[in-house]
Design a protein around this ligand. Structure first.
Ligand code: BV8
Length: 246
């Protein structure tokens, strides 16, 4: 059967010779599961808001009930979604190459549901609750508009990293180490606009890795990659696995 997209032979060779492969994913890898990306216009009641205006501590302080409604809407949406062929291919690739580090900007747990292990959640997880004041992981009473912390009684917030907030130190350290040490770095389904995540490909390139962008729409950084494959991750990644098996 004719390949659905063209995977350069030199990339297959680089993957076959790789000791460590590092993958960074963004919202695009979940698009084929029906989870809207940050670039996609928000639907319905949320259409009037820019995601990065809602995903801030300031927005939460200004109206915690509104922000909780947004995150509950996203939790329901993601809970109804299934991992797609792109997520499954990444879990498969981890069984083929000697070592694979998966870093995701996604907070939707779809990589883990596809069977990927040791996933670095660079921007946290949608389904975690944290005390806004203490930052401690806890579970809130979901019936309340704004669940409260069982310890201090303060508001709980979703366990994600908001704009203006630091990346969890362990996630940042592990990601920088993997990006600096990898032989092949795949940037999949991300617009490469949000930092410090978008800087990981630069770190990999500066340390001699082969860097690859997989995205139907080349990003503003496309020229900085050794290979750019214009296609949906749910099509390109399974094709990449098949090419490796040949
Ligand atoms: C921080 C969790 C400091 C929340 C998110 C340097 C330069 C400029 C700005 C900054 C900088 N350094 C820091 C900043 C500020 C800011 C930032 O980067 N702003 C941007 C907007 C300019 N960064 C921060 O605030 C970070 N924190 O810097 O803290 C600090 C340091 C120490 C101490 C205190 C503070 C924190 C950023 C994290 C924010 N949280 N998510 C939530 O989800 O609610 S970011 C969120 O948006 C996502 O996690 C993701 O990272 C980002 C969206 O980007 P993508 O995932 O790439 O998705 P997008 O929709 O943009 O694109 C989708 C792509 O997929 C497209 O290219 C499309 O073509 C493609 N696609 C579509 N379909 C498919 C596909 N690809 C493949 N297959 C398909 N089928």
């Amino acid at each position: 059967m004719a390949p659905k997209c063209d995977i350069p032979d030199a990339l297959i060779t680089a993957l076959r010779d790789a000791r460590l492969v590092c993958i960074l994913t963004g919202a695009g890898v979940s698009a084929e599961s029906g989870v809207p990306t940050f670039r996609d216009a928000q639907e319905g009641l949320w259409a009037q808001y820019e995601p990065q205006d809602l995903a801030t501590p300031e927005a939460f302080l200004a109206d915690p009930a509104l922000i909780w409604r947004w995150y509950r809407w996203r939790r329901q949406l993601v809970a109804g979604a299934e991992p797609n062929a792109g997520h499954l291919a990444i879990a498969e690739l981890a069984k083929i190459v000697p070592q694979l580090t998966l870093i995701t900007q996604n907070v939707d747990s779809l990589h883990q549901r596809a069977g990927s292990t040791g996933v670095i959640e660079f921007h946290g997880n949608l389904f975690d609750d944290r005390c806004f004041a203490e930052g401690t992981l806890t579970s809130g009473d979901d019936s309340l508009d704004v669940p409260t912390c069982p310890d201090c009684g303060g508001n709980l917030r979703p366990g994600v990293v908001w704009f203006g907030e630091a990346i969890p130190a362990a996630a940042l350290d592990e990601s920088c180490a993997a990006a600096s040490d990898c032989d092949v770095f795949l940037s999949v389904g991300t617009s490469s606009l949000v930092y410090p995540a978008a800087g990981l490909a630069d770190l990999a390139r500066d340390n001699g890795a082969t860097v690859v962008e997989i995205n139907p729409l080349p990003t503003t950084h496309a020229a900085d990659f050794d290979f750019t494959i214009a296609g949906n991750s749910g099509v390109v990644l399974p094709e990449l696995i098949d090419s490796l098996a040949l």
